[in-house]
Design a protein around this ligand. Structure first.
Ligand SMILES: [Zn+2]
Length: 298
């Protein structure tokens, strides 16, 4: 990420600071939005997704789970943490604690993700998604499967889901698809095949996949580019490296000015990060740093 020198055609005249069109996926590859889904799920799977995150009314009994209460230990612990982190907001004392614990319990009762059934848990274990229970971790050995294999209970997993990071989007997808399979319904939108979009013409998707970015026309010119975006030119095209170096070290460039030696070294190397911080120089432009670096090597 930073700046680089490109050799471009002398008559290359793409606007400065505008991403070179060859680096951007052309609009012609944009597909039509699927009229029947938003994320590629079948209607049944979308319904489960909404239940997972509590976007639709969810009943813990529907998965055989027990509702969380203000005095469930994990809920109370959570409420205690909130109170101690922000006593001015939540208040203090038993009444405040119970009020916050009840609010949390209501929230945790609103989604399937905190009320998995044992079948949901089994599907997650099968997919290797519950390493906290099924594996041990150590530096060096990394994750190792417990022997004999361990299958956590739904109750354990649901309590775990209240702590730390809990379930991620992949867990949601695994649970949703497994439940669709158990219920014998398709998990994928039949209109779009799960893409959530439709080709505007046959073969559009294959063309998009085959597309590769192309650089600007190559030639004898020298030009400075930024690489923080996909890439855009930031200097005029010069016929010589010296021309570009002179431009880079022109005091008229204000705070982007760099010493001539730094510019020359940078052009020779062809690349520099945007900014570099070192003990001896403080934060300097990457181009200037390349120049300092050259001094070190002498
Ligand atoms: Zn669809």
């Amino acid at each position: 990420m930073g700046r680089e020198v490109r050799r471009v055609a002398l008559d290359f005249d793409w606007p400065l600071n505008k991403v070179w069109q060859g680096f951007l996926m052309p609009d012609r590859f944009d597909e039509e939005k699927c009229p029947d889904c938003t994320s590629g799920y079948s209607p049944q799977a979308q319904n489960l997704y909404d239940l997972w995150y509590g976007k639709l009314p969810f009943d813990p009994a529907s998965t055989g789970s027990t509702p969380w209460r203000h005095d469930s230990p994990a809920v109370r612990e959570f409420a205690e943490r909130n109170l101690s982190n922000a006593p001015d907001f939540y208040g203090t004392g038993e009444a405040a604690l119970q009020r916050e614990a009840q609010r949390l319990a209501d929230h945790f009762n609103s989604g399937w993700l905190h009320h998995l059934s044992q079948e949901d848990v089994d599907a997650l274990v099968e997919a290797g998604r519950l390493h906290d229970f099924t594996h041990t971790w150590s530096r060096g050995a990394g994750w190792q499967k417990k022997e004999p294999a361990v299958t956590p209970t739904a109750e354990q997993v649901n309590e775990w889901s209240l702590r730390g990071f809990g379930h991620d989007a992949i867990n949601a997808s695994v649970a949703i698809r497994a439940r669709c399979e158990r219920e014998g319904v398709d998990d994928t939108c039949s209109t779009c095949g799960g893409h959530a979009s439709l080709e505007k013409y046959e073969g559009q998707r294959a063309e998009a996949e085959a597309w590769e970015p192309t650089g600007p026309p190559e030639g004898d010119g020298w030009q400075l580019w930024e690489t923080v975006s996909e890439g855009s030119p930031v200097s005029p095209v010069f016929a010589t490296a010296d021309g570009l170096a002179t431009w880079m070290s022109d005091p008229a460039r204000g705070n982007r000015w760099v010493p001539p030696a730094a510019a020359a070294k940078f052009i020779a190397d062809g690349w520099a990060p945007s900014f570099v911080g070192t003990a001896s120089t403080g934060v300097v432009s990457g181009v200037e740093w390349v120049g300092h670096h050259a001094d070190d090597e002498k």
